[in-house]
Design a protein around this ligand. Sequence first.
Ligand SMILES: Nc1nc2c(ncn2[C@@H]2O[C@H](COP(=O)(O)OP(=O)(O)O[C@H]3O[C@H](CO)[C@@H](O)[C@H](O)[C@@H]3O)[C@@H](O)[C@H]2O)c(=O)[nH]1
Ligand SMILES: [Mg+2]
Length: 282
Amino acid sequence: MSGIIDYTIVVPAYKEAGNLRPLVTRIFAALSRIDSPVPAYLVEVIIVDDNSRDGSEQVVQSLQQEGYNVRIIIRTTERGLSSAVVRGFQEAQGDNMLCMDADLQHPPEYVPQMLATLSPTKQFVLGTRYGGGAGSDEGWPLYRRVISNGARMLALPLTSASDPMSGFFGIRKESFLKARNLNPHGFKIALDLLVKAHIQSTAIAEVPFTFGLRSIGESKLTGKVMMRYLEHLAELYWFSYHAPIAFVLLLLTVIILFAWHYFTRTVEAPVEIPISKGRGGH
Ligand SMILES: Nc1nc2c(ncn2[C@@H]2O[C@H](COP(=O)(O)OP(=O)(O)O[C@H]3O[C@H](CO)[C@@H](O)[C@H](O)[C@@H]3O)[C@@H](O)[C@H]2O)c(=O)[nH]1
Ligand SMILES: [Mg+2]
């Protein structure tokens, strides 16, 4: 393994043993392609697992023995997606950090492009399901689309990013270190960072991608997680505007009416990125 790491991929994981091998091997295969803008030897992967006890640790050990630069942090006293991502970013050696899910809904073939997009002028890169060439797999349930669009509308006053609900994003370490009072609860760490690290719209790059279907295991999105999101939004509105609640409600009503038309438009066909047949290096 190399001593110098410029890029760190953080993967929050809970009971994802079956997904870790395909995830890690596909990431490094994509980075090992001749046309990858980022060389595989500059990249590390950190899995942040909340004591799943499902064999994840053994899977990572065997990947390490095969030479993949991956390690696993097992938390026993804390739980939650957002705090897991923050922990991974705190442990990262790379100045360029990417967050992605373990369940292959974020295609590993986009990793090289996402990492290479980060720069001193582009402090944040967002994998977006909205806009040209992006979308979600047709099999993604209608109720999840409604929840996702509703959550996105409510965040409109907080950031110019098109998909702040996305869990596929990258941030430069210097921006991450500027963020104070990050919210450890819930699923929306990208939104939290966009607001609390004061990421300007010109510093955000967006990469359209197609949100796939979970291959193995179950989603951890529950009603409780959604309630936490509403609490989180209230906190972010306060953080951004210090606004009295009546003003916030008025603002939300206007935005929901305004956005209705916007969100009912059709989405264009997804961009095809070939599945990597990399040289297998790591
Ligand atoms: N360590 C840890 N990881 C967790 C926890 N809860 C979930 N994860 C991990 O976080 C990732 C996303 O969890 P899913 O349960 O697959 O989420 P989802 O419903 O598919 O939601 C995805 O889409 C949302 C956008 O609609 C994203 O906001 C979200 O981050 C995620 O990408 C997976 O790798 C999962 O194992 C937890 O408590 N602890
Ligand atoms: Mg998922």
